[in-house]
Design a protein around this ligand. Structure first.
Ligand SMILES: [Zn+2]
Ligand SMILES: [Zn+2]
Length: 503
């Protein structure tokens, strides 16, 4: 009975049934325990799962491999990794099922690094991963944007001769798209025999984030022609594409389409994209209307779009409202203070600028320091502004000087406005010269062989001066530089950027 209910996804009934059985004369056995544990993980009944665990120990089934791996699975699915690992390490005989439970559990709860570490442990122990684990590892790599490691796992997967699955392919497309490798993403996509909405959406979002909004819209048409229905995420991708390509009409169209034709109620992300699109294109009035139309409470992403639009259009009144909401929603974030202070200073309201600054000081909020990083041969190299900690610091600084000299000859003028701006700390021009992204580019020029793109990540928005300088560097040094900041990917090549200087 317990097994029957559990297998049919009726977790609550299975648990009730087990309770009744426990009260009666019949003792559970090695088959009942895994079933009831499966039921617990389905309805996330960790409390009852712990009771069952106690019962298992008392009735002497604790060393049964099926029972133990069911316990690991139950704890991992409920997010209790302390107990999951405790049982896991006590197992006399590890099996691939338990590894899968732990790795997928970690990935599901957003602990991507732990998932990858466990994957490596598993390989050291001599276990071969299955498709579930591979899909999970690709997803974790995508979240962490560790391309090199993902490619190694892909290499292993191809050699292993395991048959690919839809979820393996989907997570691989997502990995490549999230790392800015659109060609590789498309290649995997093209070879797929079966595609679902996740596969299409991964590619749509990927193109949108890499400055190829038009391609996103074409992909969408293609997807519809292939009789696949879009979902919530597809529309986030489409609206993001429209907002970053300045396609106001298309954006309005998709926003209507999603609720009217597909019955998908717009969420905060959709509103945020639309407000962003309208704000950027000078339709601040319509953006305000949209804000008032929202049936759910606007979240931080929505207020950030509003604040950005207000900064662009110098709308003091609404800007203050947006900032105040953000102070409450994200009390540790310095961004709304900086943005509002920009609005005040543009309006010449210096008293308010000073007031804001002291407010920031008294609440102990400081600007998040900017840093850039690169993944080279499975190693992460991190740079902060005027960083002198890298072992090859001397060469890097020489390269920066060479870089700056050459681009100045080619017409680059440092934009001192950014030395005091919100994106990065640092002094005047000297500070600009040694911004973290410039140090990273210099290291890339030194270490990455020509013909291979230089990939850099930045934890904040790239500053305008670095953006300008890197564009010039891409032309002078004939390099393809890919910079991902908090907002999107910048593909810098031949002196132009895929974001069209709009980010
Ligand atoms: Zn900079
Ligand atoms: Zn750019």
């Amino acid at each position: 009975m317990v097994t029957g209910y559990s297998q049919n996804g009726e977790g609550v009934r299975a648990i009730e049934c087990f309770r009744e059985m426990h009260r009666g004369e019949v003792g559970p056995n090695q088959f009942t325990f895994p079933s009831v544990l499966k039921a617990c993980s389905e309805v996330l009944a960790r409390g009852f799962g712990i009771q069952v665990h106690g019962c298992i120990v008392r009735s002497g089934f604790a060393c049964n491999v099926f029972v133990d791996s069911a316990l690991v699975d139950m704890y991992a699915k409920c997010g209790d990794f302390y107990n999951a690992k405790k049982v896991f390490h006590s197992m006399e005989e590890l099996d691939v099922v338990s590894w899968t439970s732990l790795i997928t559990g970690y990935a599901h709860y957003g602990s991507h690094e732990e998932a990858l570490v466990l994957y490596c442990d598993m390989r050291v122990y001599g276990f071969n991963p299955d498709q579930f684990i591979i899909a999970c590892v690709f997803s974790a790599c995508a979240e962490l944007t560790v391309l090199g490691f993902g490619q190694q796992v892909q290499g292993y997967f191809v050699r292993s001769g395991l048959k690919s699955s839809l979820s393996v392919n989907n997570s691989l497309v997502t990995l490549y798209a999230k790392c800015g490798c659109l060609e590789d993403a498309s290649q995997v996509f093209d070879l797929m025999e079966v595609r679902d909405v996740v596969s299409w959406t991964a590619l749509i979002v990927g193109h949108a984030q890499n400055g190829k909004g038009e391609v996103s819209l074409q992909l969408y048409d293609h997807m519809i022609r292939s009789n696949i229905e879009p979902d919530f995420v597809t529309f986030v991708g489409l609206l993001f594409a429209c907002s970053h390509t300045g396609l106001v009409e298309d954006g309005r169209g998709y926003f209507k389409l999603m609720s009217e034709v597909y019955g998908i109620a717009p969420g905060p992300q959709h509103y945020a994209c639309m407000i962003d699109l309208l704000g950027r294109s000078g339709n601040i009035g319509e953006a305000k209307e949209l804000l008032n139309q929202m049936t759910t409470k606007p979240d931080a992403t929505v207020w950030k779009s509003i604040l950005a639009a207000c900064r662009m259009h110098r709308d003091l009144e609404l800007g203050e409202i947006a900032a105040r909401n953000l102070f409450e929603l994200e009390p540790r974030n310095s961004m709304p203070y900086v943005m509002l202070s920009n609005i005040y200073s543009a309006a010449g309201k210096w008293d308010d600028v000073a007031r804001l600054r002291s407010m920031m000081k008294s609440s102990g909020i400081s600007k998040e320091p900017g840093y850039s990083w690169m993944e080279i041969n499975n190693e992460i190299h991190t740079f902060t502004v005027e960083d002198r900690s890298h072992p090859r610091m001397l060469e890097i600084y020489c390269k920066v000087d060479e870089m700056m000299m050459l681009i100045k000859k080619a017409g680059y003028v440092p934009d001192r406005k950014f030395s005091l701006q919100d994106m990065d700390e640092g002094g005047k021009e000297l500070g600009l010269t040694y911004h973290s992204e410039k140090l990273a580019v210099a290291y890339g020029l030194l270490i990455v062989s020509s013909g291979v793109p230089i990939r850099i990540f930045k934890n904040l928005r790239v500053c305008g001066d670095c953006h300008n300088a890197i564009k010039m560097i891409s032309r002078v040094f004939q390099r393809h530089i890919i910079l991902r900041d908090t907002n999107c990917f910048h593909h810098l090549r031949e002196g132009v950027c895929s974001c069209r200087d709009y980010w």
